[in-house]
Design a binder for this molecule. Structure first.
Ligand code: MN
Ligand code: MN
Length: 283
């Protein structure tokens, strides 16, 4: 375990747990503001701020089998982090457990998706993250959706909340027929309805939440803040709508050196919302 306590209510043994929390303190491909490596510890601390009972889900997280395995070791190279994460999570997924990862930066998602093998990948992000490489690195945080598309196909990748595009990644996304939902398109729509539409007949979804998908007013402590973003209430409703189908999730890009505490608190609360609604949907 790291120096801080595990995620609140995450004290079950691995063999008894249905949900497996892990921190991935990796930020060495960060392009603007580094510091995401400190996020798992801050999100864990923030998780103690909340009551264990979720009144809307009617679930007390004290009764939900959650194990926090601590942090993956720190890495210099994204490719070895991605490979190790896949190797570590694969047997956990094979036992039917749901991994819940705390970044670190967005590059970790590829390793998790390779282990989880979802039918559908839904990602909240201000950025398309569809570059084939960034600063010479194909595992950069700016390539996360592209790498996931390599694994499960672009037709199964759905970025939501996007409002920042590099021209070449935009052209690639169009030619790959990627379907994305820009922040302006979705903010006045019903999040649960969109969740249902994207899931369609699929059963296994992976949800990745890049915290910069939400507006910097709500989530100021991120590596690459982008104005005009989503409201956390909308994202919460999306989580509620999706929870029954989510078989793996992550929350990435919290950057504590730039945070006033709200971003870590929001990240912890979104994870707890998922845990409560996921458990409610299966019990
Ligand atoms: Mn991202
Ligand atoms: Mn982003």
């Amino acid at each position: 375990m790291p120096s801080v306590k595990g995620f609140a209510e995450g004290d079950w043994a691995l063999e008894d747990a249905d949900y497996v929390i892990m921190g991935v303190p990796f930020d060495s491909t960060t392009s603007y503001r580094p510091g995401a490596r400190f996020a798992p510890g801050e999100i864990r601390k923030a998780s103690y701020n909340f009551e264990t009972y979720n009144r809307r889900a009617d679930v007390d997280l004290k009764n939900v089998p959650i194990a926090d395995l601590g942090d993956l070791e720190e890495y210099g190279e994204a490719v070895s982090m991605v490979d190790d994460l896949e190797e570590l999570l694969s047997p956990i997924v094979a036992e039917g457990k749901t991994p819940v990862l705390m970044g670190g930066e967005h590059s970790l998602t590829t390793g998790a998706v390779k282990a989880v093998k979802p039918d559908v990948y839904i990602v909240i992000d201000a950025h398309l993250d569809y570059r084939n490489e960034y600063l010479g690195n194909p595992h950069s945080h700016a390539c996360s959706s592209r790498r996931v598309a390599d694994v499960i196909g672009p037709s199964n990748v759905f970025p939501i909340g996007v409002r920042s595009f590099e021209k070449k990644e935009f052209d690639d996304a169009v030619s790959h027929k990627l379907e994305w939902f820009e922040a302006d398109q979705v903010r006045d729509t019903d999040a649960a309805g969109l969740a249902k539409r994207i899931i369609g007949s699929h059963e296994r979804a992976y949800l990745s939440i890049d915290m910069d998908g939400m507006d910097p007013a709500y989530a100021p402590g991120v590596g690459t803040p982008e104005p005009f973003g989503l409201d956390p209430l909308w994202v919460r409703d999306l989580i509620r709508g999706l929870s029954g189908s989510i078989v793996g999730m992550d929350v990435v890009e919290v950057c504590p050196p730039y945070d006033n505490g709200n971003t870590s608190a929001l990240a912890a609360r979104l994870i707890r919302e998922f845990l409560a609604f996921s458990w409610a949907s299966s019990h």
